[in-house]
Design a protein around this ligand. Structure first.
Ligand code: 0PR
Length: 385
C-alpha cells in the first residue's frame, strides 16, 4: 500500500489500463463462455444494493424479502409453488449447497457417515470440489452414445452409501439434457436425494418448452427432484455473481443450519456468511423487466443462430458432435486435431474453448455473439478448411 493517499484520477488511469487487457464481450470474440454482459438495468439495480448484507437479514429486511420473492419466482419457473433456497455466488456454490443438504439429510435420517454421490461423466467440476469438501466419494455414471447419462449405469452405481444422484439439464460442454424423468423415478423409488444441475439450462428450457420446442421435462414437476441449480448470471443476464439454488422442501435447508447466536436470525444454512443482497435485487429486477416473453425472445434468437451456425458448419464439411439441444455447438475438422484448429482460431483473434468429452471445439452462443460475428467466424473456418 502507498504511504500517502493517491489521486483518484491516477488510480483510475492505472485500473483502466489493466482493464484494457481484458476481452470485451461486445467484440463477439468470446466463444466459450457461459457468462455474458449483464443487462444494463440489472447493473443499475445491482449498484443501488451494494451495501446490503443478507448474512444479517434482520438488518436488511427489505432485501431479504427481495431474495424470498426471487426464489419464489424462480421456483414457479421450475414448476414449484413453495420454493426454498438462496441466491448465491454461482453454480459452484449452488451445487455445493445441494450436495451438503443431501449428505446431511442422509446422515440424519439414514445414518450414512461415509457417503457416495453418483454423477455423470459430463458433470461440471464443481461436484469434485463439493465431494472433496464434504468428504464424499464420487461414483461416476457412464454416458450413452449420445453423451447423456446412461440410466442403467446409474442403477448399477446405487449402493447403501448413496446420498445423492446428480443429472444435468444443459451440460457444460455440449448443452445436452440428461433423461431426468427416468433418473427421477429411480431416485424416488430408492428414496435417494436427486439434484438437477440446470445452471446453464434453467433460464432457457422452461421458455423453449412452453413455446413448443421438443425438450424433455427436467424440473420439480418430477416428484423425485429435490433441488435444482439455476444461474441468473448465465442465461438470466444478471451480473456476476448470481447463482441460484432451489429446494423442494425446507427440511433440506434445516439439515444444514448452524447456530448464529449474535445475529438477527439465530441459524444460518448458507455456506457464505456475509453475502450480497445486490445479486438478489438485480436478478429480481431483470426477471420482472424481461418476463417470460423477454427470456423467450432472447433464447429464440440464440437457438435460431445456433441452428444457422450448425447448418453452415455442416455445409463447410465440419463434423458436428451432436445435434444441439440448447445454444451450444461442438464440432471438429475431419482431419485436424481440435487443439490445432483452436490455435489457428486463436491466432485469428477468437477466444475458443476445447471440450474434453469428446474432444471438440465448443461454441456457446451467448447474447454477446451476434449473427455478423458468426458470419465472420464461418468465413475464417472456411479459409482454414
Ligand atoms: N454447473 C454447470 C452445468 C456449469 O456449466 C457450470 C459452469 C457450473 C455448474 C458452475 O458455475 P459457476 O462457474 O457459476 O460456479 N460452467 C462454465 C464452465 O465452467 C462457467 C464459465 C463461465 C466458464 C464463463 C468460462 C467462462 O468464460 O465452463
Amino acid at each position: 500500500m502507498d504511504d500517502k493517499p493517491v489521486d483518484k484520477k491516477i488510480i483510475l488511469e492505472e485500473l483502466e489500463e489493466l482493464h484494457k487487457l481484458d476481452y470485451d464481450y461486445a467484440d463477439g470474440r468470446i466463444l466459450g463462455s457461459m457468462c455474458t454482459e449483464a443487462h444494463p438495468f440489472a447493473k443499475e439495480v445491482y449498484c443501488k444494493f451494494l451495501d446490503t448484507n443478507l448474512g444479517d437479514p434482520g438488518l436488511f429486511r427489505g432485501t431479504k424479502t427481495i431474495e424470498k420473492k426471487v426464489i419464489e419466482s424462480i421456483g414457479k419457473m421450475l414448476s414449484l409453488d413453495n420454493a426454498y433456497g438462496n441466491i448465491v455466488t454461482g453454480g459452484t456454490e449452488a451445487n455445493l449447497m445441494a450436495i451438503r443438504a443431501a449428505r446431511n439429510h442422509a446422515r440424519k435420517y439414514k445414518g450414512i457417515t461415509d457417503g457416495e454421490i453418483i454423477i455423470p461423466d459430463s458433470a461440471h467440476f464443481s461436484f469434485k470440489k463439493a465431494a472433496d469438501m464434504l468428504n464424499l466419494k464420487i461414483v461416476e455414471a457412464k454416458l450413452d452414445d449420445n453423451y447423456k447419462i446412461d440410466v442403467e449405469s446409474v442403477k448399477r452405481a446405487i449402493s447403501s452409501k448413496t446420498v445423492a444422484i446428480v443429472a444435468i439439464a444443459g451440460t457444460t460442454e455440449l448443452g445436452l439434457i440428461d433423461p431426468i424423468e427416468e433418473i427421477s423415478k429411480i431416485a424416488f423409488e430408492n428414496n435417494i436425494y436427486f439434484h438437477v444441475d440446470a445452471a446453464f439450462g434453467g433460464f432457457s428450457i422452461p421458455f423453449l418448452r412452453e413455446s413448443g420446442y421438443d425438450l424433455p421435462v427436467f424440473d420439480f414437476s418430477l416428484e423425485g427432484v429435490c433441488s435444482i441449480t439455476v444461474d441468473p448470471h448465465k442465461m438470466g443476464l444478471a451480473p456476476i455473481p448470481a447463482g441460484g439454488i432451489i429446494f423442494r422442501r425446507e427440511e433440506y435447508l434445516d439439515v444444514m443450519a448452524v447456530d448464529s447466536p449474535y445475529l438477527t436470525v439465530k441459524t444460518q444454512s448458507t455456506i457464505v456468511g456475509t453475502r450480497l443482497g445486490a445479486s438478489s435485487a438485480a436478478t429480481y429486477a431483470i426477471m420482472k423487466y424481461f418476463g417470460k416473453e423477454g427470456y423467450f425472445k432472447l433464447i429464440k434468437r440464440l437457438m435460431d443462430d445456433t441452428m444457422f451456425f450448425y447448418e453452415n458448419l455442416k455445409k463447410l464439411g465440419y463434423e458436428i458432435v451432436c445435434e444441439p439441444e440448447l445454444n451450444i455447438v461442438a464440432f471438429n475438422h475431419p482431419d485436424m486435431d481440435a487443439n490445432v484448429l483452436a490455435e489457428k482460431l486463436e491466432n485469428l483473434g477468437w477466444k475458443v474453448s476445447v471440450a474434453k468429452c469428446p474432444v471438440a471445439i465448443r461454441v456457446v452462443l451467448m447474447n454477446h455473439i451476434k449473427r455478423n460475428h458468426l458470419e465472420e467466424l464461418l468465413k475464417d473456418l472456411k479459409d482454414i478448411f
